[in-house]
Design a protein around this ligand. Structure first.
Ligand SMILES: Nc1ncnc2c1ncn2[C@@H]1O[C@H](COP(=O)(O)OP(=O)(O)OP(=O)(O)O)[C@@H](O)[C@H]1O
Ligand SMILES: C[C@@](O)(CCO)CC(=O)[O-]
Ligand SMILES: [Mg+2]
Length: 338
């Protein structure tokens, strides 16, 4: 058996715009998905994913000759639930040139699903790492990232950038612009996350921004403005000492840019009332800045605050189901057991 884990991520800035070739700066955070892979004798794949749950279903059973319950959950829903795991298995088979390798796969994760913290990328990255090791063909983190990107691209019908998968694979703060992915230096950023308990559909939200951008020149300009603020943010990060806590002036400037980014994402239609309310709670509590993170539509906001004030304020915000501090994860994918 092989067990690998990979961190989730928050976007300091640049989500959505990164899909159109603008730069983005995601940062890995200490919440992980852990995938265990056991090679099988046959070519079947068995997936156990206790975090995936259904909201409710109807079942009809009994009667003569009735050996299968009739459940009203569409097969498509189950397939969608395991789509990322299935895509990771396909990538591992391809990398190891073992098209009919079978696996027992178990996924465990403390990253909320569909909430902007990169749960899909962490599952795919950890899954590819564990499965390729299990087949005796380990890949370096960059190669895992490349394969994980292809997996997300397939599942999201071409609506994916390399940002999430590269960040989860290599860890730390990264900069992604098109095919160009690299680690960058970053000080200890005091991230606080607020989670509304909900989720957004990444593919749908990305498609929404794409059509706005095609319809309106000013929406395309908005995407370009996100790129401009990311370039500014990178320059601010580059000034800070990466081995230390950042000075107040750096946090203040990063926070101002995060606020700006949230406003532009809101204009592009990917925020929600609960995300906006959490953003305002964080700002009123004295956070340097706050914004939604990831695809949006619902899920998480990220704020910068060294004090306890933002976390406490978020806990008292009705729309907020959970609030926590998220340390920058300096390490990316790693093998836990081999
Ligand atoms: N613990 C898990 N077990 C199995 N599958 C998971 C798990 N966590 C995430 N996934 C897969 O990832 C999907 C969620 O991915 P999605 O891209 O929509 O959201 P996200 O990655 O959490 O957020 P974002 O992409 O905005 O950062 C789930 O529907 C499921 O298919
Ligand atoms: C919305 C998006 O930019 C980030 C999702 O975490 C999509 C992507 O980059 O693939
Ligand atoms: Mg995702």
């Amino acid at each position: 058996m092989t067990v690998s884990s990979a961190p989730g991520k928050v976007y300091l800035f640049g989500e959505h715009a990164v899909v159109y070739g603008e730069p983005a700066v995601p940062c890995a955070v200490e919440r992980r998905a852990t995938v265990s892979v056991d090679a099988r004798e046959d070519d079947r794949v068995r997936v156990t994913a206790p975090d995936l749950s259904l909201d409710g279903f109807t079942v009809e059973y009994g009667g003569e000759g009735d050996d299968r319950p009739d459940v009203n959950v569409a097969q498509g829903l189950v397939e969608a639930g395991i789509a990322y795991v299935a895509a990771a298995v396909e990538q591992a088979r391809d990398a190891a040139d073992a098209p009919s390798a079978g696996f027992d796969v178990t996924v465990e994760s403390d990253i909320p699903l569909g909430a902007g913290l990169g749960s899909s990328a962490a599952v795919v990255v950890a899954g590819i790492d564990a499965a390729t090791r299990e087949l005796g063909t380990p890949l370096d983190p960059e190669a895992v990232a490349e394969r994980a990107y292809r997996a997300e691209y397939d599942v999201q019908d071409g609506h994916a950038s390399r940002a999430d998968t590269f960040c989860c694979a290599v860890g730390g703060a990264v900069r992604v612009e098109g095919d160009d992915c690299r680690r960058i230096d970053a000080p200890n950023l005091p991230f606080v996350v607020g989670f509304d308990g909900g989720a957004g559909d990444t593919g749908e939200l990305v498609a929404g921004v794409r059509s706005l951008r095609e319809e309106y020149g000013f929406a395309a300009d908005t995407v370009g403005s996100i790129g401009d603020l990311v370039r500014r943010g990178e320059a601010v990060l580059a000034e800070a000492d990466p081995t230390d806590d950042p000075p107040e002036s750096v946090l203040a400037e990063l926070g101002r840019l995060m606020n700006f980014d949230h406003g532009l994402l809101e204009a592009l239609g990917v925020s929600s009332r609960s995300l906006d309310n959490m953003v305002w709670s964080a700002r009123e509590a004295g956070a340097h800045g706050a914004k939604l993170t990831g695809a949006g539509g619902g899920g998480c906001v990220v704020a910068l605050d060294r004090t306890e004030e933002t976390e406490t304020a978020l806990r008292f915000t009705p729309e907020c189901e959970d609030a926590f501090r998220a340390e920058l994860a300096r390490g990316g994918v790693r093998v836990e057991e081999e």
